[in-house]
Ligand binder design. Structure first.
Ligand code: 3NM
Length: 225
């Protein structure tokens, strides 16, 4: 209590989290679609920030997917964030690296990926967010908003009230960092999340399963950007 984290980021905007980063697509796979296909779908629909999130595969397979994802993102002038694998992010010269709560500390990852790369970290609580700021994160992925089957071992659900409470506590402490809401988010949630003060959202299943991914992404970008 009373501990005030270093205010490393002025005005709520960190380095290079551009406006088009308010909507992040998180790659996914199911019986019908592969990670790379899901990324192509999001890119063709106009999404400019793509996170490659591959679970349960060895690093060399993730590297192969990352190379394909990087090629696609470059073709669409979009930014690629790699989840979980600092060496893969470095190797494909990704725009960013995102690490979960059980991964290595961001400071350690920074040593691997260098100064230029964007670093994002997962958070579920106020303390996690403060820790991420202190670790030097460029943005925080805060979730889950609601239940989702996309992520295993889901942290406690925050709901809109959870976000409002955490954002309020952060502003009292004068802690600023772009916060991206994640977890079970649907198009109809976006306006409320923006009004609550979230910087942006990261979405997966609702975009893949949309009957018109392009229209959904355009609607979301119109509200957020
Ligand atoms: N992280 P969907 S929830 C990757 O709570 C991820 O930290 C979460 O996919 C967290 O939009 C989540 O399909 C899944 O729920 C996001």
């Amino acid at each position: 209590k009373g501990q005030s984290p270093k205010k490393s980021i002025a005005g709520g905007f960190s380095r290079r989290i551009t406006r088009d980063g308010r909507l992040q697509f998180v790659s996914n796979e199911n019986g019908e679609i592969s990670h790379v296909q899901s990324i192509l779908l999001a890119l063709e629909a106009g999404c400019k920030w793509i996170q490659l999130r591959v679970k349960g595969r060895p690093e060399d397979e993730v590297l192969e997917l990352a190379e394909k994802a990087k090629f696609l993102c470059d073709s669409f002038d979009a930014k690629l964030i790699i989840n979980d694998f600092p060496h893969v992010a470095k190797s494909v010269n990704a725009y960013g690296l995102h690490l979960g709560l059980d991964d290595m500390p961001l400071r350690e990852a920074r040593k691997i990926v260098g100064e230029e790369m964007i670093l994002g970290g997962t958070a579920n609580t106020l303390q996690h967010v403060i820790q991420r700021i202190e670790e030097g994160a460029d943005y925080v992925g805060l979730g889950p908003y609601r239940f989702t089957t996309t992520k295993q071992n889901l942290s406690p659900i925050l709901g809109l009230e959870g976000y409002q409470r955490i954002l309020h506590e952060l502003s009292l402490r004068k802690c600023y960092i772009p916060i991206i809401a994640i977890g079970g988010i649907r198009q109809e949630d976006i306006a409320g999340l923006k009004a609550a003060g979230l910087y942006g959202v990261a979405m997966s299943s609702a975009l893949i399963n949309s009957e018109n991914t392009k229209k959904t992404i355009q609607n979301i970008q119109q509200i957020l950007c």
